[in-house]
Design a protein around this ligand. Structure first.
Ligand code: SF4
Ligand code: SF4
Length: 305
């Protein structure tokens, strides 16, 4: 059984399903959304994050790097050549300022469960639990994910799966017996636009959603809404039509407002942010969307996760 990398375990989260939750973020995703606010989640291997503002220019990392990927610039800040960097993590051990961080860690399932069950009292009192997210949790080693979900379920912890749906259907099905709710993203309905903004078309995502609904999965549909990309009445109409035509059993619809809090991370990873013309949708339009869903027979609709 392979061990996926996990890049964050967020405790006391209130945005990834009902109640108080711990959210486990798996590293690696088959999509490349232009607005992704966790760019460190996108590739499967480790990433190196550099906090240049913390660097004092001591030069320890320059000497330590086996790839000779680091140099001090004119302002005496460590500059990393990401074409040479192999994300080996050696430099992180030499930096006393914590200006360099390796993203992604392996966990034994038993250790992860032990850590997650510490908050079982909060889950029980609030109707919360554990959310497995990413990156894309369904596009990881499924033996590992299934076993993790099974053990949490065995302990009475409610498990949510936060997914973009772009994975073999078998993966979604294997966790079904241990999953309370699937948080299922629908980002764009037009296949060409989907390809343009996300890198792949949406056929697999839509087919998996139909199948998951037919197999009895409890589903929250999550719509990331980004002005400049998908905040049109046409897009909302397409979502509603798809859900109705295919009789998708929707438990809740979540409208997720765009935010660009992750944009500064791109620089720390030596990358460019590609979401320059994107903006937060207008409040009046969101209210209108809420009404449209209600009028179409989706009463359980929420702004936020
Ligand atoms: S992670 Fe490794 S290769 Fe990359 S800069 Fe640090 S020491 Fe060099
Ligand atoms: S070890 Fe840390 S503080 Fe020293 S030069 Fe490298 S990044 Fe800067």
């Amino acid at each position: 059984m392979g061990k996926p990398l996990i890049f964050n375990i967020q405790k006391f989260s209130i945005h990834d399903g009902e109640g108080i939750r711990s959210t486990v973020f798996f590293k690696g995703c088959p999509l490349s959304c232009r607005w992704c606010h966790n760019p460190e989640s996108q590739c499967y291997p480790n990433d190196l994050l550099c906090y240049v503002e913390r660097c004092t220019g001591c030069g320890a990392c320059v000497k330590a790097c086996p790839q000779k990927a680091i140099s001090l610039d004119d302002e005496h800040k460590a500059h990393t050549d990401y074409d040479k960097c192999t994300a080996c993590g050696v430099c992180t051990e030499y930096c006393m300022q914590n200006a360099r961080e390796l993203v992604g860690e392996e966990y034994e399932i038993k250790d992860l469960v032990k850590q997650l069950e510490k908050d079982i009292m909060f889950y029980e009192q609030s109707g919360g639990g554990v959310t497995l997210s990413g990156g894309e949790v369904m596009a990881q080693d499924i033996d590992y994910v299934e076993e993790l979900a099974r053990r949490l379920h065995e302990k009475g912890i409610l498990v949510n799966i936060d997914t973009c749906g772009y994975a073999p259907y078998e993966h979604l099905k294997r966790v079904l017996p241990y999953t309370d709710v699937y948080l299922y993203d629908l980002k764009l309905m037009d296949p060409e636009q989907h390809k343009e903004y996300i890198g792949v078309d949406n056929q697999l995502i839509l087919e998996n959603l139909k199948q998951l609904s037919a197999d009895g999965g409890k589903i929250n549909i999550r719509l990331p809404l980004i002005d400049g990309v998908n905040t049109t009445d046409e897009h909302i109409g397409q979502v509603i039509r798809f859900l109705k035509d295919n009789e998708i059993r929707v438990w809740q619809v979540n409208l997720l407002k765009y935010h660009n809090t992750g944009s500064s991370k791109y620089k720390k990873l030596g990358r460019e942010y590609d979401g320059k013309n994107m903006a937060v949708p207008k409040e009046e339009w969101l209210q209108q969307v809420v009404e449209t869903f209600k009028q179409n027979g989706f009463p359980n609709i929420k702004i936020g996760g």
